[in-house]
Write a protein that binds this ligand. Structure first.
Ligand SMILES: Cc1cc2nc3c(=O)[nH]c(=O)nc-3n(C[C@H](O)[C@H](O)[C@H](O)COP(=O)(O)O)c2cc1C
Length: 185
């Protein structure tokens, strides 16, 4: 798919089938993420690829964390949380390395990892998959970060939910760019 067409037609796909995504396809997505621009060649992204039971383990951690914060929530609330990672057969969570020396800045590492996320979304779209970038409260959850082996002050910037679209997908009406632009000569 042409790059501009991929950018223009990519959109969040929230309802996906349970069909598994083949390993070779997942590897293409990861390679696309790894092709993102980054300063000082630090490749600050960390990809956590979850399929099968790993999604259930993530759901357990999310529910346990919620139970600590909201002990009075009815059990149905925890069950709903536990089921969240089952919304797609593949989740790629993206963490960010902390700067490893003084030349490297935190914001630049986050920018590079965000570029990797967008590369993965575009690659997924080009490969006929649907995807949604999700964060919610879980991206800043200490127990969830610990599950991935990330430190509490490390950024976890996305859960990319990926699968084959279920039914027709909604293409959003996007506002024109004009009000975001200052032309300077
Ligand atoms: C940093 C970030 C966090 C996001 N978190 C969520 C989320 O928690 N839940 C969700 O449904 N979508 C989330 N999104 C996806 C946006 O809602 C989605 O991209 C937006 O609605 C635009 O739709 P489009 O992707 O079809 O253009 C997030 C996107 C970004 C960039």
């Amino acid at each position: 798919m042409d790059a501009l067409l991929a950018i223009q037609t990519r959109h969040s796909v929230k309802k996906v089938k349970t069909d598994r995504v083949p390993r070779e396809t997942i590897e293409k997505l990861l390679a696309a993420g790894n092709d993102a621009p980054n300063h000082h060649k630090v490749r600050p992204w960390r990809f956590f690829v979850m399929t099968g039971e790993a999604r259930a383990r993530l759901g357990d951690v999310m529910a346990a964390s919620q139970r600590e914060r909201l002990p009075d929530l009815p059990p149905a609330g925890f069950d709903k949380t536990r089921a969240l990672p089952q919304r797609a057969p593949l989740i790629i969570a993206v963490g960010v390395d902390r700067p490893s020396d003084e030349r490297i800045s935190e914001i630049e590492n986050v920018c590079a990892a965000a570029a990797a996320c967008q590369n993965i979304l575009l690659a997924a779209h080009a490969l006929g998959l649907g995807a949604t970038w999700r964060t919610g409260e879980w991206a800043d959850d200490k127990m969830v970060k610990e599950f991935f082996g990330l430190a509490p002050d490390q950024h976890l910037i996305s859960f990319l939910y990926i699968g084959y679209a279920e039914g027709g997908t909604m293409f959003p009406q996007r506002p024109a760019v004009d009000d975001r632009v200052t032309w300077m000569e």
